[in-house]
Write a protein that binds this ligand. Structure first.
Ligand code: ADP
Ligand code: MG
Length: 336
């Protein structure tokens, strides 16, 4: 069973209740608050051997990442993070010093994002470390941005280059490139990603954005979520995806296709959003004020599914269905 089928199955069994403005299905649950405010609640779990490897992940940076991946879901709704709860399941082999360094990193990220660690749980694990966080954020009720809402004709935007974290992880796994300056942003993207809180809040306040989420599972999958919830389709242009020079270098080192990383690589934690085509200059200005550059990479269309359009050498365009596309599916298309 695929992850989204499991979540659909769980969602079908959950009750709704008063005060719940949005439950399962978006980056955060949205709960009505006081004075025109809402609470945003989300949780994410990192599992040793799946999400991180203590062999190359310094505990301080893992602590930071554990906060960032959760805060990113608050940013994805246009909210401000306020509180976090931390649950750790630890095998007896973990040193006390490792935990202290992890928590130092965790609290340093909390300070950066303006939120506070207020509770959690500590349990033993038979094998492997598991880290779960609940993040609680806040937003103005009339500014929250949902995954649903994309309209045909909208431009599809991303808040930064994609594929860096996936490429950085593969370089760590292969034990390659650690001394190359050009690859440093790829390693940082995997070890210590930043949640786009400031940009998310500015986008929410602007009133220009129709749909938004954060990119945790790769553009092919996450844009498919926006399409499914908005009952629309999308076309992404491969030649509009910003390509980091380190990604090109990593691709040649590992014999990989950089476009596959940009389209299917996860854990970038950039924002993905749609807005009317005419609002491009305003959005670019707004991002610049947040110190970021946003990239228009495609458009929303009537219909369903996500198509990747690649200009061919003979001027013809190649179209690939990348809806919910994972890396294997995508590399099978043999693009190079
Ligand atoms: P994200 O990648 O933004 O963290 P997920 O893909 O993990 O989002 O989850 C999608 C939606 O499904 C979210 O609303 C999340 O709260 C919900 N969800 C995921 N797993 C469960 C679960 N075990 N029980 C209830 N809701 C879940
Ligand atoms: Mg998310």
């Amino acid at each position: 069973m695929k992850e989204r089928e499991l979540i659909d199955m769980i969602a079908a069994r959950a009750d709704s209740g008063s005060g719940i403005l949005r439950s399962i299905g978006d980056d955060c649950a949205v709960i009505g608050g006081e004075g025109g405010r809402v609470w945003l609640l989300t949780m994410d779990t990192l599992v040793e051997g799946i999400h991180f490897d203590t062999g190359w992940h310094p505990p301080e940076l893992l602590g930071r990442k554990t906060v960032s991946v959760n805060v990113s879901d608050v940013a994805a709704m246009g909210g401000a993070p306020r509180f976090v709860l931390l649950s750790v399941a630890l095998p007896s082999t973990v040193a006390g010093n490792w935990i202290a360094r992890f928590v130092d990193g965790f609290t340093s990220a909390c300070r950066d994002y303006g939120c506070h660690l207020i509770g959690g749980d500590t349990v033993a694990s038979p094998a492997g470390i598991t880290l779960s966080v609940t993040a609680i954020g806040e937003a103005a009720a009339d500014q929250v941005l949902y995954r649903a809402g994309a309209r045909p004709g909208d431009t599809v935007w991303i808040s930064g280059p994609l594929g860096l974290a996936a490429a950085g992880l593969e370089l760590f796994r292969a034990g390659l490139g650690q001394d190359e300056e050009i690859l440093r942003p790829l390693f940082t993207a995997h070890l210590d990603p930043r949640a786009r809180v400031d940009l998310g809040r500015r986008l929410a306040a602007s009133g220009l954005v129709h749909a938004m989420m954060d990119l945790s599972d790769g553009l092919a999958t996450d844009l498919a979520h926006i399409c499914r919830q908005g009952r629309v389709g999308a076309r992404v242009r491969a030649d509009r995806l910003p390509r980091h020079p380190g990604l090109t270098r990593a691709a040649s080192l590992l014999g990989r296709d950089p476009v596959a990383w940009m389209v299917s690589g996860g854990e970038d934690f950039e924002l993905l959003f749609t807005a009317a085509a005419g609002d491009a200059p305003a959005l670019e200005q707004l991002a610049a004020a947040a110190g970021l550059h946003v990239h228009a990479v495609g458009k929303v269309v009537a219909g369903e599914g996500v198509v990747l359009v690649t200009p061919g050498p003979d001027g013809r365009e190649v179209e690939d269905d990348i809806t919910f596309g994972g890396y294997e599916h995508f590399s099978a298309a043999g693009r190079e």
